[in-house]
Design a protein around this ligand. Structure first.
Ligand code: NAD
Length: 475
């Protein structure tokens, strides 16, 4: 995308996580003046010193170039932004995006639902600092929030600040970690939900204009900009994620059947994917989905529908199948080899290759299971080692288990002396390693490929027994 001159659109992005930092920096590239607000002091200090606190290809260059162009700024809270300036001094449209986390609620009775406390806190902060009688603020939920949240936020704000005009819109984000910058600047579609009801039409029109201006460089390239009802945008995000979850969970079960029927899941998936009604994406067999979206969004969708007495059995089945799949990885291994006292190399701790995000990663489920079965673990990931370490520490394992955890700084260190190796995220370094080199380093000959990233023939020629998801042992 060629750099564009700044235009008078002022964007505040609340939250500098995978979504907020990428979206904020990319909106600066689109020409807006953007302030990203981050409440985590460590993350903010890193950003201000030019360090990117998460792994995302191209993000470092994007942030650096937009800061150098004076279009991207960082603030510790909303009070540090132009929003708190006296009424009348702020001439540009105020477009405030909420990109804070919406994790799974863990409170008794609310398990599975989305925890909206960070979204509500950010709204309350906004309400508390806008000057008296300000001009219109356009609020956008970029966070994934249940249908009806926009309406609830509008009511909450109105009760707090009846003098302040606000229009609450929905602009859900569809980027995927590991390719977030590319996804944001080359999206399949941009979805904007606008309120109806008693919202003044002039507010809605102002929001429509601001979005059209913000995303104009992408629309010119042919990206569809869809304006829908606010509820449709909120629900479309969940429906899309749940559909992807169903696809993955479905192929997991087909892969299991392949292992017992002589079929190869690669061939089955290829044949299925050539049908345009199905499509080739998301048909890979794997260890189950993880990450910060699908595992929490599917139960949140089910929980929000249940409030309207609607039972979503298909997404619920995918959710349960996925949980069982991740919990069953250790059992699959135990059927093949005795695990107590063995040293197992776990390769790929992020929930997929290309990211350092370990939230709900299958590797963490497997690691805790293998430790409880008495195995020692050598854990490796090219980008996610620090996050995995923090996540395992947070589990507060008993000392007799945590002393069997070894954090391998290199792939070679992980494999040295291992009785078995398990591939959980298909990083190139795992795909590229020479089988003979692996055989020299390892003690045992069992390999478990939960991503179908390893080529069977060269590994078998090097003396390994390969147990790959979706493939019968001898095929
Ligand atoms: P994240 O946890 O990585 O980042 C959230 C950030 O917001 C954190 O850095 C946190 O410190 C900050 N924060 C929280 N409250 C704040 C406040 N009041 N003021 C300033 N900063 C605050 O989360 P994420 O992965 O970027 O996801 C954010 C939202 O986007 C979620 O709703 C998620 O479901 C959705 N989403 C995520 C992805 C993804 O791939 N990660 C993709 C699409 C949508």
């Amino acid at each position: 995308l060629p750099p564009v001159p700044p235009h008078p659109l002022e964007v505040i992005m609340v939250g500098a996580g995978y979504v907020g930092l990428v979206s904020g920096a990319a909106m600066a590239r689109l020409g807006a003046t953007v302030t990203v607000v981050e409440s985590n002091p460590g993350r903010l200090t890193a950003l201000r010193s030019g360090t990117i606190p998460l792994h995302e290809p191209g993000l470092g260059e994007l942030v650096a170039s937009e800061r150098a162009a004076n279009r991207l700024h960082f603030a510790a809270n909303l009070a540090e932004t132009a929003l708190s300036a006296p009424a009348g001094t702020f001439k540009a449209p105020r477009l405030v995006f909420l990109a804070v986390g919406t994790p799974e609620n863990t409170k008794p009775g609310q398990q599975g639902a989305a925890d909206l406390s960070a979204v509500q806190a950010a709204l309350d902060e906004l309400a508390s600092l806008l000057p008296p009688n300000p001009s219109l603020t356009i609020l956008a939920t970029k966070s994934t929030v249940p249908v009806g949240t926009g309406a609830a936020l509008a009511r909450r704000f109105q009760a707090l600040r009846p003098d302040a005009p606000l229009v609450v819109t929905s602009n859900p984000e569809f980027l995927a970690e590991g390719q977030a910058v590319h996804n944001f600047l080359n999206p399949d579609r941009i979805l904007v939900g606008l309120p109806g009801g008693d919202t003044p039409p002039s507010y809605v029109q102002a929001a429509r204009q601001a979005y059209s201006q913000l995303y104009a460089p992408l629309v010119i390239k042919g990206v569809p900009l869809l304006f829908t009802k606010r509820e449709s945008a909120e629900l479309a995000k969940y429906a899309a994620n749940a559909f992807l979850a169903v696809k993955i969970a479905f192929m997991g079960e087909i892969a299991d059947f392949c292992e017992h029927s002589g079929a190869s899941v690669d061939e089955v998936a290829h044949a299925m994917g050539l049908d345009p009604r199905i499509g080739p994406e998301f048909l890979e067999a794997g260890p189950g989905y993880g990450g910060s979206c699908l595992p929490k969004d599917v139960p949140a969708l089910v929980a929000s529908a249940a409030q309207s007495n609607i039972t979503l059995t298909v997404p619920q089945a995918a959710h349960l199948a996925n949980k069982a799949r991740k919990a069953g990885l250790g059992g699959r291994m135990a059927r093949v080899m005795h695990l107590a006292g063995k040293r197992i190399a776990l390769l790929g701790l992020a929930f997929k290759a290309g990211t350092d995000d370990v939230r709900a990663s299958p590797a963490l489920d497997l690691a805790t299971d293998l430790l409880s079965q008495g195995a020692s673990l050598a854990l490796h990931d090219p980008e996610a080692l620090a996050n995995a370490r923090a996540a395992m520490q947070a589990l507060d394992l008993p000392p007799q288990q945590s002393e069997r955890l070894h954090w391998a700084p290199t792939l070679e260190a992980a494999l040295t002396g291992a009785d078995a190796a398990v591939l959980l995220a298909a990083w190139p370094c795992y795909k590229d390693i020479a089988p003979d080199h692996m055989a020299q380093l390892m003690k045992g000959r069992h390999l478990f490929d939960f991503r179908r990233a390893w080529q069977p023939q060269p590994l078998r020629a090097a003396g390994f027994t390969l147990h790959a998801v979706g493939m019968a042992e001898e095929t």
